[in-house]
Write a protein that binds this ligand. Structure first.
Ligand code: NDP
Ligand code: 8X3
Length: 254
């Protein structure tokens, strides 16, 4: 059956790949992000390639009023959201706690935690009213472990992990599934953003490793969303074969 899927942060990386994956199975999409040109470009691509029905919403998940204005006033035909993919997020910087940039901390906590909450607060009551829905929260292996220089990003993703578990309990009686997705190394714009556009430093993260792609994560999410209604995959840790955890990666040609 054709589903309506809302994906936050669909202008690149994992979110964009999730949009393409669901478009390929003829689902309807609401795609969001701050970069309007990217959203329009993706929407046009999906419409012309797959005949997808797409609604684009350009807003910053950190701004509660923008979230409420955009998602709280959806056109009637877009209000039955079957799947929410809480994906918008980022890491900013990599530094010891005594040297961290407090603006970076605000960006991470406001986006990864508060943004996810604002979106969920608007969408989950719609799912509750219908007694069905599936929420995917894109957490991270950084939400399972803590590594040097990553305390605040890790804390924000630990919060996402906790929210997934809490949401699953609260939404249980309403027939809503919650799947926590915890990827390891995925080659997207993530490292470019973390290192403020330093492409060389970003590329070094993936040196000697075949990292995951956004498409790998999208395939897993699509699989979970395609399971029979009574089956819920609660939590997934997904790494490249060469990565055991956040701190142990086997690199070729070092
Ligand atoms: P990208 O940088 O490629 O994509 C991030 C997406 O989030 C973009 O579409 C961006 O859109 C959106 N976004 C960021 N900030 C905001 C904001 N304030 N408001 C609205 N949208 C926002 O990285 P990934 O695809 O890798 O990241 C997606 C998620 O996956 C993140 O939550 C990240 O933490 C998580 N993750 C990534 C891993 C990796 O190794 N890449 C591993 C584990 C988890 P725009 O800039 O247009 O607003
Ligand atoms: C992204 C994975 O290991 O860079 O969430 O924190 S990591």
């Amino acid at each position: 059956m054709r589903k309506t899927v809302l994906i936050t942060g669909a202008t690149s990386g994992i979110g964009e790949a999730v949009a393409v994956k669901f478009a390929q199975s003829s689902d309807r999409l609401i795609i969001t992000g701050r970069r309007k040109e990217r959203l329009d470009e993706l929407a046009n691509h999906l419409r012309s390639t797959y005949g997808t029905e797409v609604l684009t919403l350009c807003f910053d998940v950190r701004v509660r009023q923008e979230v409420e204005n955009n998602l709280g006033q959806l056109p009637e035909e877009w209000r039955q959201i079957d799947i929410l993919v809480n994906n918008a997020g980022l890491a900013a910087g990599l530094s010891h706690i005594d040297e961290g940039d407090t603006d970076d901390w605000d960006r991470m906590v406001d986006t990864n935690v508060k943004g996810l909450l604002y979106v969920t607060r608007v969408i989950s009551p719609m799912m509750v009213n219908r007694g069905s829905g599936h929420i995917f929260n894109i957490a991270s292996i950084a939400g399972k472990e803590v590594y040097e220089n990553g305390a605040v990003y890790c804390a924000s993703k630990h919060a996402v992990d906790a929210l997934s578990r809490g949401m699953r309990i609260d939404l249980l009686k309403h027939g809503i599934k919650v799947t926590n997705v915890a990827p390891g190394m995925v080659e997207t714009e993530f490292s470019l953003v973390r290192f403020r556009g330093d492409a060389e430093r970003a590329a070094s993260v993936y040196k000697g490793v075949e990292p995951l792609t956004g498409e790998d994560i999208a395939g897993v999410i699509h699989y979970c969303a395609s399971l029979p209604d009574h089956v819920c995959i609660n939590d997934l840790v997904i790494t490249p074969k060469a990565q055991a955890n956040a701190t142990n990666t086997f690199r070729k040609n070092k």
